[in-house]
Design a protein around this ligand. Structure first.
Ligand code: A3P
Length: 302
């Protein structure tokens, strides 16, 4: 039953998250020191959660021995607000939030306009990861078939593509999702940092420093020389994270998804192995139509 989508004003909300989105809109009180890692699903959320945690805490956990990312899954260190507020929200959950040490880190897939007012109005910071729709589609399609209940038939790629082109998938349409955060990042660059997965893959070092600058915890020259930045990149790399025992078993979120399912290929451009010429033509038209005039564009895509 958690597979149907509920049209929540103007986005497709997974039915099991509807109550959570309403609850956290109503009850979440942001603090100025909070960090919100936002994304459209299958855009590299787990990678950005790991990097953000490591960067924001780089002075606290300066040694990589005993680093929390070696023993905790990024989704546990940076829980989704949709999970914290899912189900029967109890007072003790809210108290637990208050007792979390600063800075508190949370994740969310909720579109920008539906975030709690307290997040939008306070000086807390939002970091958003955006993936090109070609790779995002392939990742989402493979993932959906991996996590669907056995009782449901696998979704063929052409059907999934049709839905994707119409924006009908969890937290879709993807173009409004991206544009909501993109526009805010332009209007308020100190509040919202917009990161592209492709840029993060291409020059991780540069983007890691950009993230640290955004959070006001820039690396010192000494730290750049002694390998602090490179160590963080290695710690959060696909190869490293995928092989950690803590990311191989256990479940996450109210949908209880296997933690191992968040690691597949971790590449940019895998879409070329899946797209036919007609799919390319169709998606490129949608991208052009939906994003025109916004200034948002994607490298290495048709
Ligand atoms: P692929 O399916 O293309 O491999 P999300 O975390 O939003 O669910 O996104 C999952 C995607 O991010 C998957 O893409 C996954 O492999 C990729 N990913 C996960 N960890 C990563 C890492 N440390 N570095 C780069 N990509 C990563």
């Amino acid at each position: 039953s958690h597979y149907y989508l509920h049209l929540f004003e103007s986005f497709w909300c997974p039915s099991i998250h509807v109550e959570a989105v309403e609850n956290f809109q109503k009850h979440f009180q942001a603090k100025e020191s909070d960090v919100i890692v936002a994304s459209f699903p299958k855009s590299g959320t787990i990678w950005l959660k790991a990097l953000t945690f490591a960067i924001v805490n780089h002075q606290r956990f300066s040694s990589l021995e005993n680093h929390p990312l070696l023993t905790s899954n990024p989704h546990d260190l940076v829980p989704f607000l949709e999970s914290v507020f899912g189900g029967n929200i109890q007072d003790h959950q809210i108290q637990l939030l208050d007792s979390k040490p600063d800075p508190r880190l949370f994740g969310t897939h909720t579109p920008f306009p539906y975030l709690p007012e307290s997040i939008k109005e306070s000086n807390c910071k939002i970091i958003y990861i955006c993936r090109n729709p070609y790779d995002n589609f392939v990742s989402a399609w493979v993932y959906f078939n991996k996590i669907k209940p056995e009782s449901l038939p696998a979704i063929p790629m052409d059907e999934a593509f049709e839905l994707y082109c119409n924006g009908i998938l969890d937290y879709g349409p993807w173009w409004s999702h991206m544009l909501g955060y993109w526009k805010e990042s332009i209007a308020k660059p100190n509040k919202v940092l917009f990161i592209k997965y492709d840029d993060l893959t291409e020059d991780t070092n540069f983007q890691v420093k950009r993230i640290a600058d955004f959070f006001g915890c820039s690396f010192t020259e000494e730290e750049e020389k002694n390998g602090t930045v490179e160590n963080i990149i290695q710690l959060c790399s696909f190869e490293k994270m995928k092989d950690l025992a803590v990311n191989k078993s256990g479940k996450v979120g109210i949908a209880a998804v296997d933690k191992s399912k968040f690691f597949r290929k971790g590449e940019t451009g895998d879409w070329v192995n899946h797209f036919s010429p007609s799919m390319i033509e169709k998606l490129s038209k949608i991208v052009e139509e939906k994003l025109q005039g916004s200034g948002l564009s994607f490298k290495n895509c048709p």
